[in-house]
Design a protein around this ligand. Structure first.
Ligand SMILES: [Zn+2]
Length: 421
């Protein structure tokens, strides 16, 4: 029995190695796979046959001959497995069918009705039905439905307990989907899903310990430890936006004062700008914003900052410094190999945001970390991070056996792109 289990693990690892190589280096011949994977020709031949039958790879013609018969080339088939991703947002909810490369094959978006929880749930069900109908021609390969939602979930990841941004409490999301669909359903907080998305299909590939930090109207963190989302004892880890960075700071909705979210998220930047404009500060922001101070948006502040306007820069940098202090604390606490910065506000601030965060973190983090590898890198999936993240809630279970055990070689790869110095 134990011997069988052992053989099964080895087989899965070998299949994983082959699939990774075909995915990364395809089109590739069996002979080249023997060379790159160091597996025996028989093992490669038997396992490739299995991958062909599963539809995960396909033979796509012949390559150059090195004498003798022209070799048959193999290619990874990302559309052989699909997932429905649902990214719930305040302004827009996106539903898509995605493939194993994180590409959306069909996408649909709508504005959610947040005034009535029943309508909110019924809309999700209706739009999901619609997209499943449209995707019938894609074959029976949909592995499940993954949902990325703002807010706090119960430990079983079935109900939204509370979301301040959606303004909803106790929403039975899992039951609503389960009643209507026979597919497996996976639900998680959107920042956790985003972290997993970056880990499997974005900037965090091959990195086993990373933290995705999102800055929008609020701030959140998705923590990946040893390739898994770190949920904590009750599933609510990652409430980075409610860590205190200023004891006497502004009051937060949570009842505390000086939470990172109120000190550094987008509304904090806008409020500082409103203050400066209201006292008539001399700033280039007024070149790009002609309305009343209260109607300011992020864009004119960013434009002025990119033209080196000192007022705009100090508004943005004050907020980014709070963020960086929080990130330095995360690095000291969790020792991640990478911090991935995302969310619409940081996207808009790019590259000013990441540059300031890197330099402030360097000053704030324990000096010991200066000798070590940690990178602060931008999100690779950008505005698609939540929908791709939603799909990876489903794909992660399937990809697990593809991504079995990160190798030492992979760890060196991470060292190779050290960014902070
Ligand atoms: Zn708070």
């Amino acid at each position: 029995m134990r011997r069988n289990a052992h053989a099964k693990i080895i087989k899965q690892m070998n299949i994983g190695t082959l699939l990774k190589n075909i995915r990364a280096h395809g089109p590739i011949s069996r002979a080249e796979l023997v060379k790159t994977t160091k597996l025996s020709p028989t093992t490669v031949s038997v396992l490739v046959e299995e991958l062909l039958q599963e539809g995960l790879v396909a033979e796509i013609g012949t390559g150059e001959s090195s004498g003798g018969r022209r070799p048959i080339l193999l290619e990874f088939q990302p559309t052989s497995r699909l997932a429905v991703g649902i990214a719930i947002g305040v302004k827009t909810t996106t539903i898509a069918v995605l493939d194993l490369d994180g590409k959306s094959l069909i996408t649909n978006s709508y504005t959610p009705d947040l005034s009535n929880p029943q309508v909110f749930l019924q809309d999700i069900v209706n739009y999901t039905k619609q997209i499943l109908d449209t995707s019938k021609n894609l074959g029976p390969n949909i592995l499940g439905i993954g949902v990325a939602t703002p807010g706090l979930l119960d430990p079983d990841k079935k109900n939204i307990l509370y979301s301040s941004s959606l303004g909803l409490t106790d929403v039975p999301l899992y039951d609503a989907l389960e009643r209507n669909f026979s597919l497996p359903i996976r639900i998680d907080n959107d920042t956790n899903a985003a972290a997993l998305g970056e880990k499997l299909m974005g900037a965090g590939q091959r990195i086993s310990d990373l933290i995705f930090v999102s800055v929008e109207t609020g701030i959140g963190a998705g923590i990946i430890i040893d390739n898994r989302i770190h949920g904590g004892a009750s599933g609510s880890a990652g409430e980075f936006g409610h860590t205190t960075v200023e004891p006497a700071g502004f009051p937060c909705k949570c009842g505390n004062r000086g939470c990172l979210g109120v000190m550094a998220a987008e509304p904090a930047i806008l409020n500082r700008a409103i203050q400066m404009l209201s006292i008539g500060a001399k700033t280039e922001i007024t070149t790009y914003h002609h309305g009343s101070p209260a109607q300011i948006t992020l864009e004119p502040i960013v434009r002025a900052a990119k033209h080196s306007d000192s007022v705009a820069l100090s508004i943005i940098n004050d907020c980014l410094d709070y963020l960086a202090i929080g990130i330095a604390n995360l690095i000291n606490m969790f020792d991640p190999a990478a911090i991935i910065l995302g969310g619409s506000t940081l996207e808009a601030l790019h590259p000013l945001g990441i540059e300031r965060v890197r330099s402030t973190v360097k000053k704030r983090v324990l000096p010991f970390h200066g000798q070590r590898t940690y990178s602060i890198i931008p999100s690779q999936l950008k505005d698609r991070v939540k929908i791709v993240g939603a799909s990876t809630l489903v794909f992660s279970e399937f990809l697990d056996y593809v991504d079995v055990l990160a190798t030492d070689e992979d760890r060196h790869h991470v060292d190779g792109y050290r960014i902070v110095d």
